[in-house]
Design a protein around this ligand. Structure first.
Ligand SMILES: [Zn+2]
Length: 165
């Protein structure tokens, strides 16, 4: 889908849709059968500067970098993209806030390409299972070590108990 980003922001337009992972070749995923859902809102900030709010949801299957088995990664990102007409204008935007990013917008912005770019930026650099399959099914030694590791919830419960004393 191609939108005019500036018109989108000026008129406060909203659009949503899905894009097949097959059409996002830059994403390094193990499974290409799924799709991602996106929504884009045209907005203006308090000073009238145009920006797009992009939300992307779905799941991608990555390769765990520890055990190389599939790892399901939830995509749930929200990006606020200021629109600049040139690199120079982009550099002049006050972007000390980390929540905002910018894109150099031409009259035609390809939403699928934008979704691909944002998802790519949001993926973990080194995807890893919290607990790999081979560790879970591994030898007794590894299993004992894992059981000894206190769960964060147990630690939290302990802290709460201490607090009420
Ligand atoms: Zn793993």
């Amino acid at each position: 889908m191609i939108i005019d980003a500036f018109e989108f922001a000026r008129k406060g337009l909203v659009a949503s849709g899905s894009v097949a992972l097959q059409d996002l070749p830059r994403l390094d995923v193990l499974e290409r059968s799924g799709s991602l859902h996106w929504q884009i809102d045209g907005c203006r900030d308090a000073d009238g500067k145009p920006f797009l709010r992009l939300a992307v949801r779905g799941q991608v299957v990555l390769a765990c970098q520890r055990c190389l088995e599939p790892l399901v990664h939830d995509v749930a990102l929200g990006a606020q993209l200021f629109l600049a007409r040139s690199e120079q204008e982009a550099n002049e935007l006050p972007l000390d806030d980390d929540e905002f990013d910018f894109i150099v917008a031409t009259p035609e912005v390809d939403v699928e390409a934008l979704v691909e770019e944002e998802v790519l930026l949001g993926l973990p650099l080194v995807p890893k299972h919290a607990r790999c399959v081979d560790e879970a099914a591994g030898d007794g030694q590894a299993e004992i070590a894992l059981r000894r590791r206190a769960s964060p919830f147990a630690v939290l419960a302990g802290m709460k108990k201490g607090g009420t004393r």
